[in-house]
Design a protein around this ligand. Structure first.
Ligand code: ADP
Ligand code: ZN
Ligand code: ZN
Length: 747
């Protein structure tokens, strides 16, 4: 027998070894093997076995490192699919699918000494004669230990004020037993998780659950659960998972990295207790090792985690939930550049599991799939318990500026609304998305933004040659001398950050308690969890933050949400800018009025007519926005009507990065011409290549970045083209090429 092995050396090829007879019985795919490699010993995963001898000489496998496989055959298939789809090396993909803590040399379960009372055995067992010779103090200690049912040596020593020597002495006399036991490093230890019972579902929730559990739905056809914020989606997930457990099946729940808060974890642990494993990026290596093994052994049947949890080794997988399925954190931005939502759909298909994609603001990819019937659609159009969605007001900042003569951070209407909350003892969330791209050319007088006429994305300003470039098609123009709308000549790039917003608010309301939460605020004295708990406990009146506070939070006393500048994300040089803006506004608005008291939202904007912003304030809801946005995407030939891939070339030497980007752009354009001439997929099939241009992030950490954007009907068309060029013209060592077949943004 022969086995092909993936060795983690970044070589992107498999190596064949002979399987010695003594290992042949035990060896199977997915195991970690020890093999000879270039004069030393390497570790690698067995990917496939065959009886057919290869046409070359092979070395034998040295040993099987661990007999239980790290990857099931289905997971191996999944990893291979990702490697193909994203054009990533198989070893890198395998590595991404397994927590590093599991493979670390020396990683093992933690063993601690466990002390128990030796019970007399047998029907006629007499009391242990040794007991009679104990001192009163010793006898008391033994009965205490018996009462608590034994425990870890460390703990007993502390609790009963004794010493290890005393316990060992009692063990020598046969009264106690002391033996090492596996101790779980429990990430939830010390958190009080209150058990919860299923809530009676309302009819809308019940209908959605029925669709998810519908046996006549071909099992792996994804269900898009579109439920407005506060519609009780989590309760639906919980009850779907409960059904899986009843049927002996396991479940995976993916949540965005940022919403993997104790609050979220508690909701799942509260319902399923020890059967829940959490895979959190903040776990210690030991906790991660233990959680992974609890999943592999089946001790845990429900996994909650961020995108990488889609690879959790759950056996008999019944359901994958992708909560907030539109969230950008599901995309891995390094090799392999997979999207966990897509991986979830593929894994469900491979394993015959159900998959639910849930969101109040689905990605247009999923929405289109639901419209065409590729996905089933379950809708929950209203909040639980008849609670109303908040009333949303747009505040036109242009008017505000005209009125007071300068641009304020807070409009009079928003200040007034905050003031009322302070008086009533209600809470406010203020949202300011700082992730501004200041390189968009904007006229502050009339809010005109320079956009590419062909792609409906803003141009990016390039200081080096003082011109505007479109990052989708590569088109460019010179910076205009004056604004075409108002003839102003003062273009702006400025923005307001959360820190300035905080101090300005404090000046307006000197007695208000304000908490700030952004990437910088964690390094201060409170962690994110501390900040959120303090806010929940009513220790502050206002929570001011970036997109970190936009999703998932459920604070009953919040009745006001203010968005300080809705336009920031609107003018990013990104085909999804409008979609992201709508999502953000809808999500952050959804934090208001989640309990009995109704909520109100104020959105400050210069672009009240921009579709994403107008839609966020209208009561027509997501479907109306999606329909209009899909039309735009279709006519501009943008996703989901095509695949949009990026190739980013990085080099320390700018000319080198540029020349390789240009070379690839030219070769790809040649490929595109032939592809389009064939017209195999009908007239709609178009393969388009941008010019090589500086990436929006033109230089990072000393590396110059140049970018080529490719659009085509299918990902495999793009992968084929890039592979073909890559083998003919591999980039040299001093140039790095990052190929992203489904780029989520153009950075
Ligand atoms: P979503 O995830 O859709 O925003 P949640 O699952 O957070 O909504 O639910 C919002 C609130 O409604 C939560 O506090 C939840 O406990 C409560 N809830 C959910 N379903 C019900 C129900 N059937 N009856 C009463 N309360 C419910
Ligand atoms: Zn363009
Ligand atoms: Zn203007």
């Amino acid at each position: 027998m022969f086995v092909s092995v993936a060795i983690d050396l970044g070589l992107d090829r498999l190596f064949t070894y002979a399987v010695p007879v003594e290992l042949a019985e035990k060896l199977c795919v997915g195991q970690l093997l020890r093999v000879p490699f270039g004069g030393r010993i390497a570790r690698g995963f067995a990917l496939a076995t065959t009886e057919a001898a290869p046409g070359f000489k092979t070395k034998p496998v040295i040993a099987i490192e661990d007999e239980s496989p790290f990857f099931s055959p289905a997971l191996l298939k999944l990893v291979r699919w990702i490697a193909d789809y994203t054009a990533s090396p198989i070893e890198t993909t395998l590595r991404a699918a397994l927590p590093a803590a599991v493979l670390k040399p020396g990683a093992r379960a933690k063993e601690m000494l466990y002390v128990d009372v030796v019970q007399p055995t047998g029907p006629l067992a007499a009391p242990n004669p040794a007991h009679g010779q104990l001192t009163a103090r010793q006898r008391q200690l033994v009965s205490e230990i018996a009462r608590v049912g034994g425990g870890w040596m460390q703990q007993l020593v502390r609790e009963f004020k004794t010493t290890p020597a005393t316990l060992r002495g009692l063990a020598e006399r046969g009264v106690l037993s002391i033996a090492p036991r596996t101790a779980r490093r429990d990430p939830l230890a010390g958190r009080n998780v209150l058990p919860t019972k299923p809530l009676p579902l309302n009819p809308l929730q019940q209908a959605a659950l029925d669709i998810i559990l519908d046996d006549s739905n071909p099992q792996s056809r994804p269900v898009l659960l579109h439920g407005v914020t506060g519609s009780g989606k989590t309760e639906i997930y919980l009850q779907a998972i409960a059904r899986m457990l009843e049927e002996g099946l396991g479940a995976i729940v993916l949540v965005p990295e940022i919403s993997l808060t104790p609050q979220t974890v508690r909701r799942f642990a509260g319902r399923f207790g020890d059967r829940v494993a959490v895979l959190h990026s903040a776990l210690s290596d030991g906790e991660r090792y233990d959680e992974w093994h609890r999943i592999r052994t089946g001790a845990a049947r429900v996994v909650v985690g961020p995108r990488s949890a889609v690879f959790a080794p759950v056996a008999n997988l019944g359901l994958i939930v992708v909560d907030e399925e539109h969230d950008p954190s599901y995309k891995q931005e390094e090799t392999p550049r997979y999207h966990a939502r897509d991986v979830a759909v593929v894994r469900a298909r491979l394993e015959g599991a159900r998959v639910v994609l849930g969101s109040a603001t689905p990605s247009l990819e999923s929405w289109l799939n639901a419209q065409t019937g590729k996905y089933a659609l379950a809708s929950v159009p209203s909040r639980v318990a008849g609670r109303a969605l908040p009333a949303v007001h747009l505040v036109n900042m242009e008017d505000e500026m005209a009125r007071i003569g300068h641009l304020p951070i807070y409009s009079a209407a928003l200040l007034d609304a905050i003031h009322r909350r302070l008086e009533n003892g209600e809470q406010t969330i203020l949202f300011l998305n700082r992730r501004g791209y200041s390189r968009i050319l904007e006229c502050p007088a009339c809010n005109w933004v320079a956009e590419c006429p062909d792609c409906s994305v803003p141009y990016t300003y390039h200081r080096a040659d003082n011109c505007l470039r479109c990052h989708v098609c590569g088109g460019w123009r010179h910076v205009p001398a004056s604004c075409p709308d108002c003839h102003g000549t003062d273009f702006s790039y400025t923005g307001i950050g959360t820190q300035r917003a905080e101090s300005a608010l404090q000046r307006c309301f000197p007695h208000a308690h304000i908490l700030r939460m952004d990437a910088d605020s964690t390094s201060r004295k409170m962690s994110h969890d501390d900040i959120l708990s303090a806010f929940r406990a009513g220790k502050a009146d206002v929570l001011l933050g970036t997109q970190m506070i936009a999703k998932g939070l459920d604070f009953p006393n919040v009745t006001l949400v203010g968005v300080l500048n809705a336009d920031v994300s609107l003018h990013r040089p990104d085909p999804r800018a409008s979609e992201r803006t709508y999502q953000l506004l809808a999500q952050v608005s959804g934090r208001a009025g989640r309990a009995e008291k109704p909520g109100e939202v104020y959105i400050q904007t210069f672009s009240p007519d921009a579709p994403a912003i107008a839609a966020a304030a209208s009561d027509k809801g997501f479907a109306a926005f999606a329909t209009a946005e899909l039309e735009d995407r279709k006519s501009a030939y943008l996703p989901p009507y095509c695949r949009l891939a990026t190739l980013v070339f990085r080099a320390k030497d700018e000319a080198l990065a540029r020349s390789w980007a240009e070379l690839y752009a030219k070769s790809l354009a040649g490929w595109a011409e032939k592809f389009n001439a064939k017209d195999v997929n009908g007239p709609a099939a178009r393969f388009r290549v941008s010019e090589a241009a500086e990436a929006p992030l033109a230089k990072a950490e000393g590396w110059f970045r140049y970018q080529v954007v490719v659009r085509a009907p299918a990902a495999r068309d793009i992968v084929a083209a890039v592979k073909w060029i890559g083998s003919a013209r591999p980039v040299p060592k001093d140039v790095r090429l990052a190929f992203d077949v489904d780029a989520q943004s153009l950075a």
